[in-house]
Design a protein around this ligand. Structure first.
Ligand SMILES: NC(=O)C1=CN([C@@H]2O[C@H](COP(=O)(O)OP(=O)(O)OC[C@H]3O[C@@H](n4cnc5c(N)ncnc54)[C@H](OP(=O)(O)O)[C@@H]3O)[C@@H](O)[C@H]2O)C=CC1
Ligand SMILES: CC(=O)C(=O)O
Ligand SMILES: [Mg+2]
Length: 599
């Protein structure tokens, strides 16, 4: 496959892409066959086979395969089982000095042997997820200029304006079905990390595969580099992005427009475009602008809404209270909090309230205090205005809680510890089972820790957090904090979309996903405090979410895969990525053509 050179892209990079395109071309042949066997005709042989992450099995190649593929002697003589390979890798991983080293090592494994990487991630999800995702991915983004090794996605810069499609053509796979895109302006709660934000789409798409079984070849991480306002990076010699302040206004908007159109031209209308970690002032605008034109959603607004509402629905099984009778205080009034509030309104409507009545139960707090109609500082966006109360202004969170007396306190401000001992005690004095969600990421930005929440409320609270916390032993009981993170939602949504070609993503899908997720929480989970299913079940949970979304999509004529599979669950399961290595068999002699047959 020939790749047209792009000006400004160095030759090594071109060389890498052309090598990878050969690999991917092989991959394409493989995915269009029903056979589960690899033949030597479809994969590189010799040393090149060991450099192809999709085909490489490392020490698990059998002796026959080694001889057939001319790699005999390139590996030590003992053949490992995949199980032993996983154990060996985990042993090494655990011996590493810190989490950033572990992140780098996992990244390297993904580049070397993709199946082994996903086997490790699937069999050790609890241990590996915090390394490829929050919190470690936050640190990895901050250090991206130092640790970047091989491209895992596309960097499209504002200098490519007018040629975005040409850059997309450099991606060597045509059948891309899911793109996660960021412009790096609001990476977790860490702010503007510019081009270094690439770690986020890469991590999110790894979870598409590890948590839902979306095939990795369908996934494409993209960073739009329009500059950064982060002075630290502008002065950092290792920073890899453009060294200019962010381009804004019409030029930026036109660039994003061009990007959206180019994705459709390159990969088709059904290609999912997940917006991730755009700053507030762009996230809501783009969602409104593109939601009816493209197969797109904003994970920070809609995915987060879905996971939080799932946790809220589960929490009612512990508290016994109806949502309609509960008050909610959100610390933070941005993408996450507004998204959750809007979906919460839908949930309360299902309990019989009108939208207006539901909004009366929801109180948002932003950097200027409680959101009220007669705010002296003014400046309420359209989204905030929906939740503005007729109330006197209050600026202090503890005073707000004292006045509102909420059952739920949900943190998504990205400001770090804000739920003080006094606040947690106050919540416990108002409620038998206060619900405390500390959703901000990474861990350093969480509003409180799991231990602080359980200990201060004497084990009475229902707790979840955006980044994981270890179990807490308190008063002879083990509490298991759930991870209220959109990673419970977006992989299942992605799986439904890529398998059933869902063209469009209405809000209802996020409510459905929340309900389906909450229904997967068992009584035994609730007993230890979990409002989400345990991570070990995540692949099944994601599939269940995908099935319920696909059913809805077929009902509403939104799915383009025809004919509709009779059994959606079986069909979706059959499409999930398998980590088992494929056997390599010699090409068969085709007697009719007297040639070596290609399967
Ligand atoms: N667990 C999960 O799945 C997810 C977690 N998050 C996390 O949530 C956090 C926020 O993300 P997002 O909503 O997208 O960000 P936004 O920038 O959209 O919103 C941040 C909000 O916090 C408010 N805020 C800032 N400082 C304070 C303060 N001192 N007191 C009260 N409010 C304050 C801002 O106020 P103002 O409007 O006045 O500027 C704004 O409303 C991040 O840490 C992110 O990682 C996000 C998505 C998913
Ligand atoms: C989880 C996530 O999407 C965020 O913190 O931005
Ligand atoms: Mg995000």
């Amino acid at each position: 496959m020939f790749i047209k050179p792009q000006s400004g892209i160095n030759r090594c990079y071109q060389y890498f892409l052309s090598r990878r395109s050969i690999t991917m071309a092989h991959e394409k042949i493989k995915t269009t066959t029903t056979s589960d066997k690899m033949t030597t005709s479809r994969y590189p042989t010799g040393y090149d086979l060991l450099l192809d992450p999709r085909a490489n099995k490392g020490t698990a190649f059998s002796i026959d395969e080694r001889q057939l593929c001319r790699i005999h002697g390139l590996l030590p003589p003992t053949v490992s089982t995949p199980r032993l390979q996983v154990e060996r890798f985990m042993e090494n991983l655990r011996n590493m000095p810190d989490d950033l080293s572990r992140y780098i090592s996992l990244n390297a494994l993904q580049d070397l042997n993709e199946k082994l990487f996903y086997r490790v991630a699937m069999e050790h999800t609890q241990e590996v997820m915090p390394l490829v995702y929050t919190p470690t991915v936050g640190l990895a983004c901050q250090k991206y200029g130092l640790i970047f090794s091989k491209p895992k996605g596309l960097f499209i810069s504002i200098l490519d304006k007018g040629h975005v499609y040409d850059v997309l053509r450099n991606w060597p796979i045509d059948d891309v079905r899911a793109v996660v895109v960021t412009d790096g302006e609001r990476i977790l709660g860490l702010g503007d990390l510019g081009c270094n934000g690439m770690g986020i789409p890469v991590g999110k798409l790894s979870l598409y595969t590890a948590l839902a079984g979306v095939r990795p070849q369908y996934c494409l991480p993209i960073t739009l580099d329009v500059g950064t306002n982060n002075e630290h990076f502008l002065n950092d010699k290792y920073y890899l992005g453009l060294r200019n302040k962010r381009v804004t206004g019409k030029e930026y908007d036109d660039f994003v427009d061009e990007f959206m159109q180019a994705i459709v031209k390159r990969f088709g209308q059904q290609c999912l475009i997940q917006f991730e970690d755009f700053a507030n002032h762009n996230a809501f605008r783009f969602l409104k602008k593109y939601r009816d034109l493209y197969c797109t959603f904003n994970d920070d607004i809609q995915g987060t809404a879905s996971v939080a509402v799932a946790g809220i629905l589960s929490s009612t099984r512990i508290t016994g209270a109806k949502l309609a009778d509960s008050r909610f205080v959100f610390y933070g009034a941005g993408e996450a909090s507004i998204g959750i509030s809007d979906l919460l309104v839908v949930a309360m409507e299902r309990e019989g309230l009108s939208a207006e009545q539901a909004r009366k139960n929801i109180f948002l707090v932003d950097s200027k205090g409680l959101i009220v109609k007669n705010r002296p500082a003014g400046g309420l966006s359209e989204e905030k205005l929906r939740y503005a109360h007729e109330h006197e202004p209050i600026t202090n969170l503890i005073d707000i809680i004292r006045t509102i007396k909420p059952a739920y306190l949900i943190g998504a401000a990205g400001q770090g510890p804000a739920f003080t001992r006094e606040i947690l005690e106050l919540m416990a004095s108002i409620n038998k089972h206060p619900v405390i969600f500390a959703l901000s990421n990474p861990t350093s930005k969480a509003e409180c820790t799991a231990r602080e929440a359980y200990e201060t409320t004497k084990g009475q609270c229902v707790f979840a957090s955006g980044s994981p916390f270890p179990n807490v032993e308190y008063n002879g009981k083990t509490y298991v904090p759930g991870q209220g993170n959109n990673s419970y939602i977006f992989p299942g949504i992605g799986l439904a979309i890529v398998t059933c070609n869902i063209r469009h993503i209405p809000d209802e899908l996020f409510y459905l996903a929340a309900k389906t997720l909450s229904e997967q929480v068992g009584d035994e989970d609730l007993k230890v405090g979990l409002v989400y299913p345990p991570l070990e079940k995540i692949r099944d949970v994601s599939r269940k979410i995908a099935v319920s979304l696909a059913e809805y999509a077929y009902e509403k004529n939104l799915a383009a895969l025809y004919p509709r599979p009779n059994n959606l669950e079986e069909f979706i399961q059959s499409q999930q990525y398998a980590v088992e290595y494929e056997d390599i068999v010699p090409p068969r002699w085709d007697w009719s053509n007297k040639t070596l047959a290609k399967l």
